[in-house]
Write a protein that binds this ligand. Structure first.
Ligand code: ZN
Length: 331
């Protein structure tokens, strides 16, 4: 989610809804820049300066077909098919376990490439409130170690969602030959903190890192957005070397996510581009390798929640993210 916690701020005060913006997906994909210009004209005085840097989604290979129309979207019925209910081990090490990893396939187009997948939050965070409230240095300032994340109104948690999508994504990337590492796999009691999440990607010398989330915004706010690192140089944070590559990664993920899921870019962040730029996220500020976040949808909107709770939809989401990463890594 992105409205509270170490990596997030309330979106409403600084990102007021810009009214009923109805844009077809085809227009968004083929004319996202036009949409952006419209949004620019409308203005966003309350928005962060970085958001204005958002530009068009770049639908890129491997999928290059026309985008599905938003009108043709068919939300899947709610369900828990394929849901992995694994819980963190209560007897695990006290939050200091190393990153989970799984080896890549012996061959494939991504052989030799390392992808770090960061499932946002941790199902165990709910039971470790004090530990995740600890402040950590994110370069620009201090923030809480981690948060619990959000949930649907029916109680399906963001932490379960992110782990499920991450595991599906791992399978897809391994099929392409990538070596995939996780920041956590439900195998530690809580966390890791946002600074450690960044460090895991850095230490792995990852070729790409994606942090998976779902938002917790107001009902009626719908769609996904990819968060790109702003150019930050403060304290331990220096994103200047990774901003361009991260934008490339993020645009490819956004474009492929549209195609794979049929979901529209966010109608409340990014002006219809599906992209946002932020300087307040420790997980991005401290990264030295290309990295983006994706908010796959809004758990607090009933229509988005119907998608997010569908195993079939989560498979599509993982495929869209995977195809974006593959396109990025294959150039
Ligand atoms: Zn989140």
């Amino acid at each position: 989610m992105s409205y509270v916690g170490p990596d997030f701020e309330p979106p409403q005060p600084r990102r007021p809804r810009r009214g009923p913006m109805t844009v077809t997906l085809a227009a968004l994909v083929t004319g996202a820049l036009a949409g952006w210009l419209v949004w620019q004209a409308v203005g966003d005085p309350g928005g962060p300066a970085g958001t204005a840097a958002s530009s068009s989604i770049s639908p890129t290979s491997p999928s290059s077909g026309p985008a599905a129309s938003a009108a043709s979207r068919t939300p899947s019925a709610s369900g828990t098919g394929g849901e992995n209910r694994r819980s963190p081990s209560p007897s695990g090490p006290a939050g200091r376990s190393g990153p989970s990893s799984a080896g890549g396939a012996a061959s494939g187009p991504l052989k030799g490439k390392v992808v770090v997948v960061d499932p946002g939050h941790n199902p165990g965070n709910f039971q470790h409130a004090a530990a995740i409230k600890r402040k950590v240095n994110i370069g620009t300032n201090s923030k809480e170690c981690d948060t619990t994340g959000t949930s649907t109104n029916a109680g399906y948690t963001e932490a379960r969602f992110t782990l499920d999508v991450a595991r599906r994504l791992r399978t897809l990337l391994q099929q392409e030959g990538a070596t995939v590492k996780f920041t956590q796999d439900g195998d530690r009691p809580w966390g890791p903190c946002v600074d450690e999440r960044a460090r895991i990607g850095n230490d792995a010398h990852a070729d790409a890192v994606v942090s998976i989330h779902a938002d917790g915004s107001a009902a009626g706010n719908r769609g996904f957005h990819v968060i790109l690192p702003a150019s930050v140089h403060s304290g331990a944070a220096d994103t200047r070397p990774i901003t361009a590559r991260s934008r490339d990664l993020g645009e490819r993920i956004a474009g492929n996510f549209v195609r794979a899921t049929g979901s529209a870019p966010s109608n409340y962040i990014g002006g219809g581009t599906g992209l946002d730029v932020r300087s307040d996220l420790g997980g991005l500020n401290l990264s030295t390798v290309p990295k983006v976040f994706i908010e796959c949808g809004n758990m607090r909107d009933s229509k988005d929640a119907a998608l997010l709770t569908s195993g079939a939809w989560r498979e599509k989401a993982a495929r869209g993210i995977s195809e974006g990463i593959v396109g990025f890594l294959r150039g």
